[in-house]
Ligand binder design. Structure first.
Ligand code: C2E
Ligand code: CA
Ligand code: CA
Ligand code: CA
Length: 275
């Protein structure tokens, strides 16, 4: 690779060049979409063991030029690398808080919470706690209805800072869920010291648990461990009644997955909110 004088790296290998160009185009697209307010926020229902709506996870969508939604799995990694995730994450947070505010206006929806995904880079910004505080205050919401989903990459980044920030946010009333649980290095020792309310069992275990004994054992272990630690367990990626029944039998408290509803814009939610 060599510099071409315009701060872009040029490769002699055409395939590598194509990847670099695609990333550069995507970064421009992300910046433009941020500026024009073009991102969308979808919400996927979360239900309790009786099937009653408990809240939603907010999931970002990027409408492509052809009208198709570009998956966050495709653009969040680049947003993280470029640092754009900080602004994108802030847009997600304030949009979700505005939705909570709207739900809090009606008695039927006042109890619902919204879970927002927070990237490591966003969480470790020096002003993160202050920004969340201001956003919650500006929206005028009950902070306990906001749940921040962290993955282990956040915690592993800097454990002391993570503990301090989580405690500050907890003191404001904000809740935490540990996302993708079981896929990383989760150790009981650090879990004990962090103020999580909820463990989200990663969807890979839910998908495999009725076929694969190893996954079943992991799911059962997570359920009994969360009980022992006084944490709520939520299963993600629940697609079949068989999976739901297995989880319910073993004491899982909350559920999320296509069986209950796909991520949708709130305007398309009508049915869930009516029940
Ligand atoms: P995640 O946080 O683990 O989110 C769950 C993903 O599983 C979502 O994919 C959701 O649509 C999908 N899903 C839910 N139920 C089912 C099911 O029953 N079956 C299957 N096969 N999939 C299901 P999505 O929306 O494509 O998001 C992918 C990832 O992108 C998320 O994984 C999260 O890591 C990231 N992401 C999404 N929105 C945001 C955001 O606002 N900020 C950040 N930092 N990351 C986000
Ligand atoms: Ca999540
Ligand atoms: Ca997850
Ligand atoms: Ca994930």
């Amino acid at each position: 690779a060599k510099e071409d004088g315009r701060n872009t790296i040029r490769f002699f290998n055409p395939e590598m060049q194509a990847v670099v160009d695609a990333h550069a185009r995507m970064e421009i697209g992300l910046r433009e979409t941020l500026q024009s307010g073009g991102f969308r926020l979808f919400y996927q229902p979360q239900v309790d063991r009786h099937g009653r709506l408990a809240g939603a996870e907010a999931l970002i969508r990027w409408p492509g030029a052809d009208g198709r939604m570009i998956s966050p799995a495709e653009f969040i990694p680049l947003a993280e690398d470029t640092g754009l995730i900080v602004q994108i994450g802030q847009w997600v947070l304030s949009t979700a808080c505005a939705q909570i505010a709207q739900w809090q206006q009606a008695p039927a929806t006042r109890h619902l919470s919204i879970a927002v995904n927070v990237s490591a880079r966003q969480f470790h910004q020096a002003d993160f706690v202050e920004v969340v505080h201001r956003t919650v205050e500006a929206a005028g919401i009950d902070p306990s209805r906001l749940k921040l989903e962290l993955t282990e990459s956040v915690i592993l980044g800097d454990l002391d800072e993570t503990v301090a920030r989580m405690n500050q946010l907890r003191a404001l009333g904000i809740q935490f869920a540990l996302d993708d649980f079981g896929t990383g290095y989760s150790s009981l020792s650090y879990l004990k010291g962090l103020p999580f309310a909820q463990l989200k069992i990663d969807q890979s275990f839910i998908r495999d648990m009725t076929q694969d004994e190893g996954s079943e054992i992991i799911v059962l272990a997570i359920l009994s461990m969360s009980r022992a630690l006084g944490l709520e367990a939520i299963a993600e990626g629940v697609e079949t009644p068989t999976q739901r029944e297995f989880l319910r039998l073993h004491g899982c408290e909350f559920y999320q997955g296509y069986l209950f509803g796909k991520p949708l814009p709130i305007e398309a939610w009508g049915d869930f909110l009516a029940t």
